[in-house]
Design a protein around this ligand. Structure first.
Ligand SMILES: [Zn+2]
Length: 225
């Protein structure tokens, strides 16, 4: 994820009566960008967690309206949603969820009112993020595979001092990995699709930024355009 957050409060769920009905299932799978108090993006959270924080007044909705930011408490957001419902103003990319007595729009961005910590700038170096960085594509033959059919390849083999770094590890299918063996790509006559590099942004986040419904996130994520 974009970064840290683990305050124990962020993991609580609201009381059952506030949970939306199952018909809102799709909307519940969306993500919400959480900003710290200084409007810096610190985490990508679930809709459920976002509403929980709003409900407990630990966060406010940040809405981008005609290039300006507007902020709403849970109550005022709900009022706005009632108004939008009455006027039939719903955007194509909006997600709405239906609770027992009301309908509410899923906010795309919230601001954590008590959270001062800075965003973490480094992307966690792990298998999952390497696969995501490379788009699940073998960096030698260029074909896409599921995680279970991919392996990690040391470009400069480990046996020859190749380090465990973003710059030396790529996604490779099992066949290419075996073909390459303990050789460098040049020795094996194989070519990398592109030189591996440390990603500037969490690969999951990069993927979400490509969806139109998360366009508002770009206002808060540096270099997202
Ligand atoms: Zn391959």
């Amino acid at each position: 994820m974009v970064s840290t957050v683990p305050s124990s409060d962020l993991h609580e769920t609201p009381p059952d009566e506030d949970l939306p009905s199952q018909s809102s299932h799709g909307a519940m799978q969306s993500n919400v960008l959480a900003l710290n108090r200084n409007f810096q993006p610190v985490h990508v959270i679930s809709v459920r967690r976002a509403f929980c924080l709003l409900y407990k007044e630990q966060a406010e909705v940040i809405s981008v309206e005609n290039g300006h930011y507007a902020n709403y408490s849970f109550e005022s957001w709900l009022e706005l949603c009632e108004l939008k419902t009455a006027l039939g103003e719903r955007g194509d990319d909006d997600d709405w969820i239906r609770a027992v007595n009301f309908e509410i729009q899923v906010p795309r961005v919230i601001r954590l009112l008590d959270y001062d910590r800075m965003p973490r700038n480094t992307v966690k170096f792990n298998r999952r993020n390497i696969f995501l960085r490379d788009g699940h594509r073998c960096q030698y033959c260029g074909k896409r595979y599921s995680s279970s059919r991919l392996s990690l390849d040391h470009v400069l083999p480990k046996s020859r001092g190749g380090p465990d770094t973003w710059e030396n590890i790529v996604c490779a299918c099992l066949k290419c990995n075996v073909t390459k063996g303990g050789r460098t790509p040049t020795e094996a006559g194989m070519k990398l699709l592109r030189p591996p590099a440390r990603p500037h942004r969490n690969p999951t986040l990069s993927r979400q930024l490509s969806f139109r419904k998360y366009a508002d996130w770009k206002n808060f994520i540096h270099g997202a355009d």
